[in-house]
Design a protein around this ligand. Structure first.
Ligand SMILES: [Zn+2]
Ligand SMILES: [Zn+2]
Length: 67
């Protein structure tokens, strides 16, 4: 139940290889386990224009400040 459909194409795919949508942070494939990420991985993801981590669902903009 999305308030607003996000533009990320993960939502339209039949096969999604990540658990979380990088655009809105919602679960797009619940069969993929939640990953444990380190801060440096999130720092790299931020540069790929992702808003949320596709592995753990954390908001990348907040990484390092609070969980
Ligand atoms: Zn999305
Ligand atoms: Zn992560």
């Amino acid at each position: 139940m999305l308030r607003e459909r996000c533009a990320n194409d993960n939502h339209g795919r039949s096969v999604v290889t990540v658990r979380f949508c990088p655009g809105c942070g919602s679960v797009v494939n619940a069969r993929i386990p939640v990953g444990a990420c380190r801060a440096d991985k999130h720092a790299g993801m931020r540069r790929t224009r992702s808003t949320y981590c596709v592995d753990c669902g954390d908001a990348l903009a907040l990484a390092g400040s609070r969980r």
